[in-house]
Design a protein around this ligand. Structure first.
Ligand code: NAD
Length: 395
């Protein structure tokens, strides 16, 4: 079939297998263009490995450090005549490339929050890989079925305490409008913490420790975001921010457990705002990203997921010169985003943006092209008019 993008709001309901493979190959090529990681990880578990920051982490480990990787993700498989979600195709591409280099790459598609998927992962690690020296926890999910209670928790993206009104953009239609979001209830806050907080990360680490599958001195990392004040009511001080505070708190506990286990460590890396399936669902943030991309591209400091993670690994986690923490003990790889001159320009442009001047004042074109690339569209060298088989078996 000929596969074209079908965008519905902030999702695209189709994806292109060959475009996704080309997108993955670009990331592999980027990592290979850099020096290999000095003392990088060798056996890596990535939870949330199929798209965004988790995919970039898997690629950086496999191709920057010749690591065996186990990836856990939740994607809709392809069917006859129906494309999969893009992470399915991304994973096939990463796996084929890694195995071609003699690396182990093993995939588990299912609900990472469940006991069953943890059990399957542990079984596969025992059988195929042995203890891991890096665990990346990079889930972004709208819901979680609690493994003990069976309760389905739904995360929300809302302010806390009072309603929040600001500009937002419909990235598909290019319309700038005001959005007002009512504050979250206590139950919504608790539900968001249950989904995006640290409980599940710790359950993973406890299960791996109990199974003797964490190598002494291992690292575990999870990702967070802070961003500028204009997004704080909806992000840092909103429901998702409260969940990220919980992730940080739990991260400190995991750090103590890993320190006790052969001088390991757990840390939070605060990453840059980027176009991913997760971030495109947050009100206001896509407008901020469109402005930010314009400024950072002009400054020559723009990075995507792979550049961020390659820099995180090569200058911080495996950089040799040691980690640089902020006051709260987090690694900051959002440093270029948060530079005062960049943020001063964002603050200058923000109040001026309207539907009419969106294309001049922001990089909405870059946002859209990046969004479509997440689904395998707009990659060079792909003939999008050609018939393509959507049904691809997982490797
Ligand atoms: P993403 O949507 O691209 O990736 C989410 C991953 O989680 C995918 O691999 C998906 O398959 C997997 N997943 C979701 N639910 C799952 C489940 N139940 N079981 C197994 N796998 C599941 O998101 P992303 O933007 O890369 O986000 C990853 C992390 O990075 C999040 O913690 C996010 O808060 C953080 N982060 C993102 C940004 C950003 O701007 N995108 C910035 C800083 C930090």
């Amino acid at each position: 079939m000929v596969i074209k993008p079908k965008v519905r709001g902030f999702v695209c309901i189709t994806s292109h297998p060959e475009g996704c493979a080309a997108h993955v190959q670009e990331q592999i090529d980027y990592v290979k263009s850099k020096a290999p990681l000095a003392q990088g990880p060798k056996n890596v578990l990535v939870i949330g490995s199929s798209t965004g920051y988790g995919l970039a982490s898997r690629i950086a480990a496999a191709f920057g450090s010749k690591a065996n990787t186990v990836g856990v993700f939740f994607e809709r498989p392809s069917e006859e005549g129906r494309p999969a979600t893009p992470g399915w195709y991304n994973t096939i591409a990463v796996t084929a490339a890694a195995r071609a280099e003699g690396l182990k790459a093993i995939n588990i598609n299912g609900d990472a929050f469940s006991e069953e998927i943890k059990r399957q992962t542990i079984e596969v690690l025992k059988r195929e890989i042995g203890p891991v020296d890096l665990v990346v926890y990079s889930l972004a999910s709208p819901r979680r079925t609690h493994p003990k209670s069976g309760v389905v928790h739904k995360s929300t993206l809302k302010p806390i305490g009072q309603s929040y009104t600001n500009k937002t953009v419909d990235t598909d239609k290019g319309i700038v409008s005001q959005v007002s979001i009512e504050p979250a209830s206590d139950a919504e806050i608790a539900d968001t913490v249950a989904v995006m907080g640290g409980e599940d990360w710790e359950l993973w680490i406890d299960a791996l420790l109990a199974a003797d599958l964490i190598a002494p001195g291992a690292t575990s990392v999870s990702y967070s975001y802070i961003g500028p004040e204009v997004t704080w009511p909806i992000y840092k001080n909103g429901t998702i921010g409260i969940a990220k505070n919980d992730l940080e708190r739990v991260g400190k506990r995991i750090d103590a457990k890993l320190k006790a286990h052969g001088y390991g460590r757990a840390l939070i890396s605060v990453n840059k705002a980027l176009v991913t399936q997760a971030s495109s669902a947050i009100p206001v943030v896509p407008l901020y990203i469109s402005i930010l991309y314009k400024i950072m591209k002009a400054h020559g400091t723009h990075e995507g997921c792979i550049e961020q993670i390659q820099r995180l690994f090569s200058t911080q986690l495996y950089g040799g010169s040691g980690l640089q923490f902020d006051d709260a003990g987090r690694v900051r790889i959002d440093d270029w985003e948060m530079k005062p001159d960049v943020q001063a320009e964002v603050a200058r442009i923000w109040p001026q943006v309207t539907t009419e001047n969106l294309a001049q004042l922001t990089d909405i074109a870059g946002y859209r092209s990046e969004f479509l690339r997440l689904f395998g569209f707009g990659l060079p060298g792909i003939n999008y008019e050609a018939d393509v088989e959507p049904h691809r078996p997982m490797l």
